[in-house]
Design a binder for this molecule. Structure first.
Ligand code: HEC
Length: 129
């Protein structure tokens, strides 16, 4: 009698997952979630980490969105700012001025909300986002 094929396909599936693992990890390192959606870069220094916290407290309302948010409030949303520095590489002065002054009718200014250190941390985070 023939043996059932099950153990063999389980072995193939396992081998396949092990072979694919480095590819999945490499894809994450590139800032891509499965399906090709860009994901924010991960902070590594203390400054980038506190900048990330400032970002999630003050900026995500407009600068992080999913499909549902885009459907409901698209006109209020800004760009996700993922890869901002790869695309535009603004100087620290330009980024600081934009954050402090905001953009008329589009983005709140943070002149009275954030202290200088928070803005510096935020810029350090935006560079790796
Ligand atoms: C009320 C919504 C809102 C909040 C809160 C907000 N932004 Fe914005 N932001 C916008 C919009 C909308 C734009 C795009 C404006 C345009 O292009 O017309 C923008 C643009 C930007 C840009 C320029 C992006 C580019 O591609 O040039 C940067 C940088 C930025 N925001 C950073 C921040 C940071 C950092 C915070 C948090 C401290 C923040 N924003 C909070 C709405 C917001």
């Amino acid at each position: 009698m023939k043996r059932p094929a099950r153990p063999c396909s389980a072995f193939l599936a396992l081998t396949f997952s092990i072979l694919m693992l480095p590819i999945a990890l490499a894809a994450q390192g590139e800032g891509m979630a499965p399906g090709g959606t860009p994901t924010p870069g991960r902070p590594t220094t203390d400054q980038q980490m506190s900048g990330e916290a400032v970002f999630y407290q003050n900026c995500t309302f407009c600068h992080e969105h999913d499909a549902q948010k885009r459907r409901l409030v698209a006109q209020f949303l800004g760009p996700t700012l993922i890869g901002l520095y790869k695309a535009k590489n603004p100087s620290d002065d330009v980024a600081r001025a934009l954050i402090l002054n905001g953009i008329p009718k589009r983005m709140t200014g943070f002149r009275y909300t954030l202290i200088a250190k928070e803005v510096d941390d935020l810029i350090a985070y935006l560079k790796i986002r």
